[in-house]
Design a protein around this ligand. Structure first.
Ligand code: SAH
Length: 215
């Protein structure tokens, strides 16, 4: 698990690229600059490309999100240290690590058991304090609710009711919503127990949020 000068140099370039593409939050750029993305990609054939602004396969038909998408979702979340955040779709754990680098207490759910197990092992080796769970993101994590922030990193046909229930009043849900291949990035603020105010932030392509856990 080496993080050398070359990796750090590549990260610096990636941060500059993301800033050029419109990521303005310095805290987000700092976190991207800190997290060794190459350690979240298993296939060494992809090592060279770990710092390209691109998505990659991570097994089980899933992908690690493109750095720009990670940065954009993180910026929309507007987190602060100490916040409790629920992530749906742990995948490689890269987004989890970026949020943790910002001082966030991350609780993350992954439905694919092999992916969950692999990422849990990786996060342990990296010394991560994030809490990972194998389960169905449609149900959220009622035992740990409520959350200041909820992030969905797969394309949801709708905003799951459980997630609306589990975000605090004043809290924010960032979720790509759409029935097909293309989703609209929604930022939903819970302004009172019953009222949710949404804004839309462009189109994205995520792997689908599937119902019920696997394995
Ligand atoms: N945040 C991840 C992105 C992974 S892609 C990263 O940085 O690597 C989205 C992930 O969502 C996939 O791993 C997929 O298995 C998972 N997923 C899909 N439907 C889910 C559900 N209902 N509950 C939890 N995870 C789900």
């Amino acid at each position: 698990m080496v993080d050398g000068y070359r990796h750090k140099g590549l990260r610096k370039k990636l941060v500059a690229e993301l800033a050029g593409k419109g990521i303005t939050d310095a805290r987000v750029l700092d976190a991207i600059g800190q997290v060794p993305r190459h350690l979240f990609i298993d296939d060494t054939a992809f090592l060279e490309l770990a710092y390209a602004d691109a998505a990659f396969p991570i097994g089980c038909g899933q992908t690690i999100s493109q750095p720009w998408t990670v940065a954009f979702q993180t910026q929309l979340l507007d987190v602060a240290p100490g916040m409790r955040l629920l992530e749906i779709g742990t995948g490689s754990g890269y987004q989890t690590a970026v949020l943790a680098a910002m001082g966030v207490r991350v609780f993350s759910i992954e439905r694919h058991r092999p992916l969950y197990l692999r990422t849990k092992d990786r996060m342990r080796q990296l010394g991560s304090k994030a809490f990972l769970q194998h389960g169905d993101g449609y149900l959220g994590m009622p035992r740990e609710a409520p959350f200041d922030r909820i992030l969905v990193t797969c394309g949801a046909p709708r905003i799951p009711d459980a997630l609306k229930e589990q975000v605090k009043v004043g809290g924010v849900v960032v979720v790509p919503v759409g029935p097909g291949d293309v989703q609209h990035m929604m930022r939903v603020v819970r302004t009172s127990a019953e009222v949710f105010e949404s804004t839309e932030h462009g189109s994205f392509r995520f792997v689908p949020m599937l119902e019920q856990r696997e394995g």
